[in-house]
Design a protein around this ligand. Sequence first.
Ligand code: AMP
Ligand code: ZN
Length: 470
Amino acid sequence: MIIYNTLSRKKEEFQPLNPPNVTMYMCGPTVYNFFHIGNARSFIMSDVMRRYLEYKGYKVKFVMNLTDVDDNIIKQSIKEGTTAEEIAEKYTKTFFEDLENLGVKKADIYPKATEHISEMIDLIKKLAEKNIAYDIEGNVFYDISSFKSYGKLSGKNIEELEAGARVEIDINKKSPLDFALWKRAKEGEPSWESPWGNGRPGWHIECSAMSRKHLGESIDIHAGGSDLIFPHHENEIAQSEAVSSKEFVKYWVHFGFLNIQNEKMSKSLGNTITAREFLKKYSSQAIRLFFSQTHYRGQLDFYDELLTSTEKGLEKIINLSEKIQNEIIIGNKKGVMPQLDIDRYFQDFEIAMDDDFNTPRANAVIFDFVRDVNKVISENENIQVDFFIRANEFIKRTADDVLGIIDLNRSKKEQGKSLEHELIEMILMIRQKAKEDKNFALADLLRNELTKLGIELKDGKTGTTYKKNS
Ligand code: AMP
Ligand code: ZN
């Protein structure tokens, strides 16, 4: 399996540090508002990666942090007339709700910044002992000149950056690029005690401290949106590697942006659509299929019409899956075994996903499968149940377990179908089978029993429909 590593700018063979274990850290949200579908793209694609690694048999430990102390949270608390803690609590709750509604698997741990202050202070102390961190009146900064490979992830040229950087007037930092590890407390803001006085941590130290605590000094995969490469991830490397003298992350993975009208979807540009709003209109499966039709590193332009065509595609998978489920219920043990080689679709799916999680190609394999199985069903009257069991397994393991574009447990309910409707459809299907087997007595019995319940059947060219007499 190969993964594109932002650090080397190349696709590399995936060799985890301690197989079959894989440690994966994903930069999570700052909890100060409902997250938007741009954020959702990153959350969903990291979920797909994790699910595929699990499909491959890896034991993945997946950690996603929550930034619950930050300037934006403080600003939002003033806007909503409440405390920063309440804002963080409210939007942490909505974050989990939305994530669940998007079908994103729960992380093993969701560490919160405010619950790891002592770990962050420890890390800053270690940096201070090595003369890498320096204190200016209760604000502590990281001296980037002490980290020789600063810039290696983003490929940025430090001299150029320094020349272009804005210098904050009242802070006398050694370099304008030196970033805050600890910020001195301000009136009315959340703060904690530290060796440098009361204050709160900088953003970057959070991820270094929390990944170190929960996954160790060196981790396999670190993921996030591509906006985080610089400065966030560059700074995480500087902090973590200066302390451990080990490589912090083996594979750096970054997600392309979701754009809307050629602009990045972002809160500051005011062009966001929240995942919550979006889920009122579309199913999570449609959203996931929409995202997986573009490679995770590519930019993706969003417009509503795309989702409509995505939904049509989704329906094809759902329809086939329902046919398959029904055939499994009927359980024909004696019929023919079609010559369609389902293993080949598994192989093609794996070839696609092994190539840096090529979900558009994996989707194409699934759609080929749907087309080919439908053909087999229309060409053969009497197919053995074993074929359907294997076909179901393919949909379950690829479209459901890995991509999450169909939920075999939920799809029928989501289409608004009632149990009653499902049961009637099932009886109609059994009746159809009875007719095919020339068991007309059973077919008539089923029709008569339904009539007694006020359900009238109408046989047409394309199948049987029913009407309920009230
Ligand atoms: P934030 O809450 O802004 O820190 O973002 C949470 C996650 O979503 C981070 O990994 C960001 O990089 C990612 N993200 C933010 N905006 C977008 C976007 N328009 N497209 C894709 N990912 C995004
Ligand atoms: Zn982070």
